[in-house]
Ligand binder design. Structure first.
Ligand SMILES: NC(=O)c1ccc[n+]([C@@H]2O[C@H](COP(=O)([O-])OP(=O)(O)OC[C@H]3O[C@@H](n4cnc5c(N)ncnc54)[C@H](O)[C@@H]3O)[C@@H](O)[C@H]2O)c1
Ligand SMILES: [Zn+2]
Ligand SMILES: [Zn+2]
Length: 368
C-alpha cells in the first residue's frame, strides 16, 4: 500500500513528507494504523547526522500509538482493532534477558533492529523498489507502520492516543527509572536533574513510590513550575553549586536517590555527587554525546554510592507499558498535560524546531 511518511533522506536536511510503499506484514508482524506520535530527541539526533550509528533513507519516529489493522502469520497476542503503543525496546518473553527480572534489554531482534531492519533482515518500507529502513524498528512518523508483534504493547482502548504515545519513550523512561531501576522506597528523599519529559516522568515515578521529598533541578523556571505541579516538593535552578545546595537541603548527606535526565555529562557527575554516602543510588537516563565520558571520583563509590544506567526505564514493554497506562487512566498522574503542541505530519520539521527552542514538553503529531 502507499502511505505518507516523513523520510530522512539526507542528514542535516529537513525530513521530506512523501508517499512511500509499505508491504504487508509477514510472519510475526502486524500492520498498525498510527493515530499519534511524539517528537523526541533521538529522532532529531539521527536527523541531524550527529548519531554515528544513524542510517538513511529511513522513516523516523518512535513514540507512536495506534490501532492494529492486520496481522501476519503466527501472531497470537494481537488482533485487528487492538490499541497499541510502539516499543523501540521489545519484549520477546523468551530470551535470557526477558526471562530475568534484572533487565528489560530484550536480545531477540537487537542486531537487525539496530540497523533499521525488521527481524528477518529486510524492510517493508520502500520507494521505487529501493528499501527504506525502519528507524528504531518503529518508523512512526507515518500513517501506517509494520512492526514485530513483540514490539507492540496492547493497551486499554479507552486511553486517548495523544497521551498514550508518550509512553512509547520519554514518559515510561522517567517513570520506570524511579519505579523499576531505582525502586524508590517510600519516605525517601530524591533529586531529579532535568525537567523535560524524562525528568518529569521521574518526578512522578518518585511520587508514586511514596517519596517524601523530591527536589527537581532545571535551568528553566517554567519547567520547574511543571515539576512542582507533578509532585516535586522543592526546586533548584541548576548551576555550578547544585551539589552543595542539595547537600545543604539534606543535612549535608545528599539524596537517597538521584536521577539524571539531561544528557549532559557534567550534570551526571553532579547527580552522582548529590547521592547520599552509604546507600545513595544515582540513576542515569540521559543520553550523552558521542565519545563523552562521565567523570567520577572513586571515593564517591567506596563510600557507598552506586550508579545505575536505565534504558526505557527498565520497563519490559509489553507487560509494563499497559500497567503504566492504567495508572494514568486511574488518575494517578496526567499524561496529556505534557502535550504542548499538536501538529500534522506535514509539520514534523516544526516539531524539531519547537524542541530545539525548548518550547513545550512534547509536540505530538496527530495522524488519524
Ligand atoms: N534512557 C532512555 O531510554 C532515554 C529515553 C528517552 C530519552 N532519553 C534521554 O533523556 C534525556 C532527557 O530527555 P528529555 O526528552 O526529557 O529532554 P529535554 O531536553 O526535554 O529535557 C532536558 C532538561 O534538562 C535541563 N537541563 C539542561 N542542562 C541542565 C543543567 N545543567 N542542570 C539542570 N538541568 C539542565 C533542560 O533545561 C531541560 O529541561 C536526553 O538525553 C534524552 O536523549 C533517554
Ligand atoms: Zn525517544
Ligand atoms: Zn527477549
Amino acid at each position: 500500500m502507499l502511505i505518507r511518511a516523513a523520510v530522512l533522506e539526507e542528514f542535516g536536511a529537513p525530513l521530506l513528507v512523501r508517499e512511500v510503499e509499505l508491504a504487508e506484514p509477514r510472519a510475526g508482524e502486524a500492520l498498525v494504523r498510527l493515530a499519534a506520535c511524539g517528537v523526541c530527541h533521538t529522532d532529531l539526533y539521527t536527523a541531524s547526522g550527529a548519531d554515528p550509528s544513524g542510517y538513511a533513507p529511513t522513516v523516523l519516529g518512535h513514540e507512536g500509538a495506534g490501532v492494529v489493522e492486520r496481522v501476519g502469520e503466527g501472531v497470537s497476542s494481537l488482533a485487528p482493532g487492538d490499541h497499541v503503543v510502539t516499543l523501540f525496546s521489545p519484549q520477546c518473553r523468551e530470551c535470557v534477558h526477558c526471562r530475568s527480572e534484572r533487565t528489560n534489554l530484550c536480545l531477540a531482534i537487537r542486531e537487525q533492529q539496530n540497523k533499521g531492519y525488521l527481524p528477518d533482515g529486510t524492510t517493508r518500507l520502500s520507494s521505487k523498489g529501493e528499501p527504506i529502513r525502519h528507524f528504531m524498528g518503529t518508523s512512526t512518523f507515518a500513517e501506517y507502520t509494520v512492526m514485530p508483534e513483540i514490539a507492540l504493547a496492547k493497551i486499554n482502548p479507552e486511553a486517548p492516543f495523544e497521551g498514550a504515545c508518550l509512553f512509547a519513550c520519554g514518559l515510561s523512561t522517567g517513570l520506570g527509572a524511579a519505579m523499576n531501576t531505582a525502586r524508590v522506597e517510600a519516605g525517601s528523599t530524591c533529586a531529579v536533574f532535568g525537567a523535560g519529559m524524562v525528568g518529569l516522568g521521574a518526578v512522578i515515578g518518585c511520587r508514586l513510590q511514596g517519596a517524601e521529598r523530591i527536589v527537581c533541578v532545571d535551568l528553566s523556571e517554567e519547567r520547574l513550575g511543571l515539576a512542582l505541579a507533578h509532585g516535586a516538593t522543592e526546586t533548584l535552578v541548576g548551576g555550578q553549586d547544585t551539589v552543595e545546595r542539595i547537600l545543604e537541603l539534606t543535612d549535608g548527606f545528599g539524596a537517597d536517590y538521584t536521577f539524571e535526565a539531561t544528557g549532559n555529562v557534567a550534570v551526571m557527575r553532579q547527580a552522582v555527587e548529590s547521592a547520599r554516602m552509604g546507600w545513595g543510588l544515582c540513576t542515569v537516563a540521559g543520553v550523552a554525546g558521542k565519545g563523552e565520558t562521565l567523570e567520577i571520583v572513586p571515593r564517591y563509590l567506596i563510600t557507598g554510592r552506586r550508579v545505575a544506567g536505565s534504558s526505557f526505564g527498565g520497563v519490559k514493554g509489553r507487560d509494563g507499558v499497559p500497567q503504566l497506562v492504567e495508572r494514568w487512566l486511574d488518575g494517578e498522574f496526567d499524561a496529556e498535560s505534557f502535550v504542548s503542541h499538536r501538529l500534522t505530519l506535514d509539520e514534523v520539521n516544526r516539531g524539531f524546531e519547537l524542541m530545539e527552542a525548548q518550547d513545550g514538553i512534547r509536540s505530538v503529531i496527530e495522524l488519524s
